[in-house]
Design a binder for this molecule. Sequence first.
Ligand SMILES: *[C@@H]1O[C@H](CO)[C@@H](O)[C@H](O)[C@H]1NC(C)=O
Ligand SMILES: *[C@@H]1O[C@H](CO)[C@@H](O)[C@H](O)[C@H]1NC(C)=O
Length: 346
Amino acid sequence: MRTYYVILLFFQLWTANAELISLLTGTAVALSAGAFWGFRDRLRCHLYECCHEPDVGFNHHNIANMLFGQHLVKDVVVNAIKAHWHNENPKKPLVLSFHGYTGSGKNYVAEIIANNTFKQGLRSNFIQHIVATNDFPDKNKIEEYKTELRNRILTTAQKCHRSIFIFDETDKLPEQLLGAIKPFLDYYSKISGVDFRRSIFILLSNKGGGKIAEITLKQYENGYPREQLRLESFERDLMNFSFNEKGGLQMSELISNHLIDHFIPFLPLQREHVKSCVGAYLRKRGRADLVSNVEFVEKVLNSLQYFPESSKAFSSSGCKRVDAKTDLELAKIRPLIHSSQFDDEL
Ligand SMILES: *[C@@H]1O[C@H](CO)[C@@H](O)[C@H](O)[C@H]1NC(C)=O
Ligand SMILES: *[C@@H]1O[C@H](CO)[C@@H](O)[C@H](O)[C@H]1NC(C)=O
């Protein structure tokens, strides 16, 4: 009898312990699984890219310092993105339309925005950089392209609600393709199950470049500072331009439906702005010593073209060829020989 009780007691203890042990193990497994998932997530974000800080976040402090001669761009772009970014409940994606001549910095600014939003910049998975002539060259494949473009946009926004879409050469984008992106810019809460309201669309085009140069030149010739030019001085003209241009039907649909939030003019750059670009590039190359070397800087500036013929007020290529021209002049000068140290010792 006694043996029986001992066995029973032992058995009860054993089962109780077994339960306790399984409870403890279960908890441990659950805890470590949680830790594992958390760790896996962090590892994944470390190795790849995640749609949150620190991979994604808008840092506007860098932008203003990197731009020369574009007071409107600085002002409007930074504030528009800031406002959209911090809006808890945006009704539609932010749509910016950049206008200006080649070299006025439209692509450069789009890249700065990408660099200041995604840790991986333009290489981010959450960005689509669409170059009309390169990505959609064949006029006979429009239907195919439409599907492809739609899918590119949808899958990117699916990965991250903070995606950015850059359309280069928007003026060369076939009508039907521009029409295909229209729903994404609109006031819809979801398209094919994807919410676009926190995305940013940036449309770049050369359209209106001539008009912008004309307005800026008039200001220059009248002796007023260009910084006095307001957005309103350009916006009506840019809208009118996009309306009336041949093949501007879809663009005008975007405009008349108020889907474009801001038209942003990129003004042609004056010699002094190009000079600032040369200085910035020299510093980047570790040759800050040459920034105040008038002879060197003038050589670079003189190797660029200017317009109009009469006043040569503006650089024809903005700051675009500055890096190459500076490199060329750098290659021409003999490398500095650091002999001062020897002089001291002798
Ligand atoms: C963007 O970041 C890349 C990589 O860090 C860099 O090479 C490039 O110069 C940056 N672009 C601009 C416009 O700052
Ligand atoms: C719009 O542009 C057309 C030509 O492109 C011009 O005739 C018209 O005067 C412009 N309208 C405004 C309000 O600027």
